[in-house]
Write a new protein. Structure first.
Length: 216
């Protein structure tokens, strides 16, 4: 089952990825279903997705960006599943691929095409209203041509989770907060998936051709 974005006209300890520009690979796409969002006093119900990246590189001290287990750090960004003119997903994907979407692509773009793709991500920090500091992906850019022949070895298997055909083994590996967010969506509740009882598997796909100047 695909996730199609379109222009419709309208607690354990965690070390965050440091601010800066990093090489990263999109290894997981998660369908979050319809979520309630409030911005500037306006509440909307919007279909959300999460793109999760494994980060490769070094910090300012020359130390590798790895967890206490020696695995690449990870960082994610949530998007509304839309390619409307003002959509953040559209802006980030166009910057990442290095060109604007064609009209036919705007009518329906399969988000799975970015699974397994490499990007240069700009990471920054911000302080929330609660006083906590959050690490965010500010923007995505293509990998420079000179680096395409020296990409790191991928660490995480490419994984695609969709509510319409959920991989329950993958679902149970998510954090409690992520499982709760997915479970709160009307799409999940309509399936009766209040527990990890289904063994249905989601389709997943990669996009391994890095020779083209446009990665997806």
């Amino acid at each position: 089952m695909s996730l199609i974005a379109s222009d419709s006209g309208g607690g354990s300890s965690f070390t965050p990825v440091p601010a800066g520009l990093h090489m990263a690979r999109c290894y997981r796409i998660v369908d979050l279903g319809t979520q309630k969002t409030t911005f500037n006093g306006e509440t909307k119900m919007q279909h959300k997705i999460m793109l999760q990246f494994e980060v490769h590189g070094e910090n300012d001290s020359g130390e590798p960006l790895v967890t206490s287990k020696g695995e690449p750090m990870s960082i994610s960004k949530n998007y509304t599943l839309s390619l409307s003119e003002k959509a953040t997903l559209r802006a980030d994907l166009q910057a990442w691929r290095g060109r604007a979407f064609e009209a036919d692509e705007l009518r329906g773009f399969d988000i799975r095409k970015v699974l397994g793709q490499w990007a240069m991500i700009a990471v920054g920090t911000a302080t929330g209203n609660n006083g906590k500091t959050y690490t965010n992906i500010l923007n995505l850019n293509p990998i420079p041509k000179m680096l395409k022949d020296t990409l790191p070895v991928p660490h995480n298997p490419a994984a695609f989770f969709t509510i319409s055909n959920p991989d329950m083994d993958l679902f149970t590996s998510f954090s409690n907060s992520l499982r709760e967010k997915i479970a709160s969506s009307p799409e999940w509740q309509a399936r009766g998936n209040s527990s990890a009882s289904s063994s249905a598997k989601a389709n997943s796909s990669g996009f391994d051709d890095m020779d083209d100047d446009i990665p997806f």
